[in-house]
Design a binder for this molecule. Structure first.
Ligand SMILES: Cc1cc2nc3c(=O)[nH]c(=O)nc-3n(C[C@H](O)[C@H](O)[C@H](O)COP(=O)(O)OP(=O)(O)OC[C@H]3O[C@@H](n4cnc5c(N)ncnc54)[C@H](O)[C@@H]3O)c2cc1C
Length: 376
């Protein structure tokens, strides 16, 4: 089977890797089913949302136990994938600490820890002494309620997607970078391949759309509407701003989530900073001044959390979450010859989805994907 994967973010790269590598020692590059795998990526692997993502590996919500279990399975898959790369620097299971101060936030945090612990997830309340051991540079108010999740971590999404794409290529997958798939070719109701922006047609038995926020535009060429939150709608939750700082030695070990800031170590030794409350209205028209102001505010919040932090803002990037309307993955066949994999939390879910999708495209239906079909 000729499989064409559109997009080499974490999803497309993990899928290409899974499809191209012989699971049973078979022929390199042809997967375990004699497939040929080609990836079309308009920029370079990891250059899309995955490279900008906050990229927290977690199943930190007990509200929907089935989805929580899906995510914990994904965390297990990540451990295996990381072990397969020999403990790469882009994967860090460094733990997550969260804290709350107001009565409402404390009640929510305590309920979350309780709910997660009941589901068997590693979640516990800790005191200030334990916080000092875990994150010596972090200061939180004396009356804060503090929670710790030792099995969570983060991925540097750009390097992770690059490593997966490279391994797929070493296994024989063809990675075409610098080409945009501008349309799906459809004949008699069946997708037969894609047209590239240089006018070439690439034929395939199966096209897998893993184009992240670029998926709606591509699918629309075959008349398919994907229920993703529109990033250009007023007040949309899809666009956001993420800041990275210059190196900040000794600032943090793992992720820290406070009421006003989410922060984790970055690949350059600095920090990745994000805060939902200052993202609102970051549409295409956002000005350079506004972006700079957000960077300044995020850094001020980081300095309040880590007194003595001398790092500066290195960059603030606007990015777009591929955010399904109900927040859950969109995974499955859409037309004969066409399969879609688009999701938020794609960093957490990527390798697990890749495993499930690789099974499905080879005719082994994955029951775990049933709740997440695009037509639901
Ligand atoms: C600020 C922010 C914070 C986040 N936090 C988390 C988190 O904490 N935990 C978590 O698990 N997830 C998080 N996410 C979500 C996660 O980053 C995404 O779900 C994930 O990166 C999506 O990966 P992807 O491969 O589907 O998309 P992408 O990484 O965007 O990859 C799609 C690729 O397709 C290419 N492409 C698009 N259209 C075409 C085309 N027509 N032809 C050729 N190539 C094309 C693009 O260039 C891109 O490289 C966050 C996202 C953001 C923005």
């Amino acid at each position: 089977m000729r499989i064409l994967v559109i997009g080499a973010g974490i999803i497309g790269a993990a899928l290409a890797d899974r499809l191209a590598r012989p699971a049973d020692g078979g022929r390199a590059g042809r997967g375990d089913a004699g497939d040929t795998v080609t990836v079309v990526e308009e920029r370079r692997p990891g250059a899309g949302t995955s490279g900008t993502s906050y990229a927290w590996l977690n199943a930190n919500d007990p509200a929907d136990p089935a989805y929580h279990r899906f995510r914990t399975a994904a965390l297990r898959t990540w451990r295996d994938v990381a072990a397969g790369f020999g403990g790469p620097s882009w994967y860090r299971l460094a733990g997550n600490t969260a804290w709350a101060v107001s009565a409402d936030e404390k009640a929510r945090l305590a309920a979350r820890v309780d709910g997660l612990a009941r589901l068997g997830y590693a979640a516990r309340l800790i005191g200030p002494d334990r916080l000092r051991e875990l994150e010596p540079a972090v200061r939180v108010p004396g009356d804060a309620l503090i929670a710790h999740y030792p099995d969570e971590g983060f991925v540097h999404g750009g390097p992770a997607a690059q490593a997966l794409a490279l391994r797929a290529q070493e296994s024989g997958a063809r990675i075409l970078t610098g080409y945009r798939a501008v349309g799906l070719n459809v004949e008699g109701g069946r997708v037969t391949g894609v047209r590239l922006d240089d006018g070439r047609d690439l034929d395939a038995d199966l096209v897998v759309c893993a184009a992240g926020p670029g998926a709606p535009a591509l699918l629309a060429t075959a008349g398919i509407t994907l229920p993703l939150v529109d990033p250009s709608a007023p007040g949309s939750a899809a666009p956001c701003l993420v800041a990275r700082t210059t190196p900040a030695p000794g600032a943090l070990n793992g992720l820290v989530h406070g009421p006003e800031l989410s922060v984790r170590p970055a690949e350059n030794g600095g920090l990745v900073l994000e805060a939902d409350d200052i993202d609102a209205g970051v549409d295409d028209s956002v000005t350079a001044e506004r972006i700079e102001a957000v960077g300044t505010e995020l850094l001020a919040r980081a300095r309040a959390l880590v007194p003595g932090l001398t790092a500066k803002v290195a960059e603030v990037r606007r990015c777009v979450r591929p955010l399904p309307a109900d927040g859950r993955p969109l995974v499955g066949p859409q037309l004969p010859g066409l399969y879609t994999v688009v999701t938020h939390s794609g960093i957490t879910l990527g390798p697990y989805l890749a495993e499930l999708v690789a099974a499905e495209v080879r005719g082994r239906p994955a029951e775990a994907l049933e709740p997440y079909r695009p037509g639901r």
